[in-house]
Design a protein around this ligand. Structure first.
Ligand SMILES: [Zn+2]
Length: 204
């Protein structure tokens, strides 16, 4: 019933997280019939997204590529941040959630993934070397492990505590309060803020 091209667009949109076939169809119809300008603007942004936005070279948050071709995120560029304090999170969404809580005055490191033996993600798949380099170069004194309180999140926190023990930094884990198996992203700001301020030191 629909032109091939439109059906191709629907299939692409349906691959976005949280967008089912019906929503994808609604978006595609809206873009093609009512929002011509929006379709053009979206197309322009999307076509240059991977050139303009990259992983931050220091913390793996998302950053805009500057005129010199390097990408340093806003948090890393902020000199008022406490460089001695580093918060390790699994995903960029978690970084944003911790930022919203207002409880973190240091910087971050985004792992990108969690240890997950069942999915075949072992220690070698984690950016441990980059994390160690960050800690050494920035003179980090305390590392806060803010991986989610899930099985994979706890396993990752344990591994990191062990790995970082040799670097002579204090390693702490966010306090419970964030529901087990829960996503940091969906924790409210107060709960997450308390989890960070109530963090406990862990031995490697
Ligand atoms: Zn950064």
């Amino acid at each position: 019933m629909l032109p091939d091209r439109l059906r191709a667009l629907i299939q692409l949109l349906a691959r976005l997280p949280g967008v089912g076939e019906k929503t994808a169809q609604r978006y595609a119809l809206f873009l093609s019939s009512e929002a011509e300008g929006l379709a053009r603007d979206l197309g322009g942004e999307l076509s240059t997204l991977s050139e303009r936005i990259r992983q931050c070279e220091r913390c793996r948050n998302l950053a805009e590529v500057d005129a010199h071709g390097s990408a340093i995120c806003a948090v890393c560029r902020d000199n008022r941040r406490d460089a001695a304090l580093l918060c390790v999170v699994a995903r960029v969404q978690d970084l944003l959630a911790v930022e919203r809580s207002g409880a973190m005055r240091g910087r971050y490191f985004v792992l990108g993934r969690l240890l997950s033996p069942l999915d075949g993600v072992g220690p070698d798949e984690l950016p441990l070397r980059e994390l160690s380099a960050r800690i050494r170069e920035d003179g980090v004194k305390e590392v806060i492990l803010a991986t989610p309180p899930s099985v994979d999140g706890e396993a990752t926190a344990l591994l990191l505590a062990r790995e970082l023990a040799t670097l002579g930094v204090n390693v702490s884990r966010i306090a419970s309060g964030v529901p087990h198996g829960g996503d940091l992203e969906f924790s409210d700001q107060i709960t997450l803020g308390r989890a960070i301020s109530g963090r406990r030191s862990v031995a490697g």
